[in-house]
Ligand binder design. Sequence first.
Ligand code: SAM
Length: 342
Amino acid sequence: MKADAIAPLSRAPLTDPFGRDISYLRISVTDRCDFRCVYCMSEDMTFLPKRDLLTLEEIDRVASAFVARGTRKLRLTGGEPLVRRDVMNLFRSLSRHLTSGALEELTLTTNGSLLDRYAQELADYGVRRINVSLDTLDPDKFRKITRWGDLGKVLGGIEAACKAGMRVKINAVALKGVNEDEIESLMTWSHGLGMDLTLIEVMPLGEIEPGRIDQFLPLSVVRARLMDKFNLVEDPYRTGGPARYVRVKETGGLVGFITPMTHNFCESCNRVRLTCTGTLYMCLGQEDAADLRAPIRASADDAALHRAMDEAISRKPKGHDFVIDRRRAKPAVGRHMSVTGG
Ligand code: SAM
């Protein structure tokens, strides 16, 4: 008798060996992007052939299996999720899990370049809060950081998202000598428009041209500088992600800190990441992964998929060990953030 026939299909919540419940799935729906941010990609990236990608229906199938096992939050990311053709069909179909109450949140991380086109549709499909990545408000610097981006389009996209009724959080990577003098103005601008700001430490993912040691700015330094001018009060606010927040008394807004380098947050990690080819990474900062494309393509029912998910989660590591230092020429993991999905 085949194993499928005798193994009862487990629908138990996914819990890893360290007792952490997996309730958050990030999905990179494409590795392609219309920007080439200097800390994220090299200028001449080679992208995956389209035939290797999961179809949108296959992504829905995997995401729905995770929802059946306790995932409460889905984030679509990339690459740039809004450049994937017909991605709105995926948002529409996943929104059924919001309607049923199985899913708490459906959201995305975007560079904002196509938001003016899609904001209303996203809101219609139940997306309530989005993250927009924006590292500077200076148009020339913006073009230098993104290599190809147009700040005006992104600002228009943010406006469209707010008009559509979505809450926008700005994510900025803190970059030494690039935007470190702008953190305060990014904060007051974001808070002035009712948006929170999250700052991120640059992580050693993938080979890029300039050394990351030159870009790395510890957020402990940024925080100390903000504290010279503002009253920061620890805040219990959580979004289910890794950021830890303070409320700025003077502006009333929140600033989040994502500090994988200076203070890792692995002990409370509830996340796993699916790439657009169906590879599941149990940790952003480790190479170990599981293939979920083979089980879904092997069979129309989900038994093998659930077994592969169980097996993968049983291998979720305790944490990552990112280091940026001058002696280490290689990045901690070889794949770029655009592959795993930020
Ligand atoms: N294209 C979308 C965007 O721009 O938000 C989603 C994908 S992007 C890879 C997600 C986030 O990862 C962005 O906020 C980006 O700034 C951040 N990111 C990319 N590479 C990074 C790195 N090496 N270290 C820290 N953050 C990084």
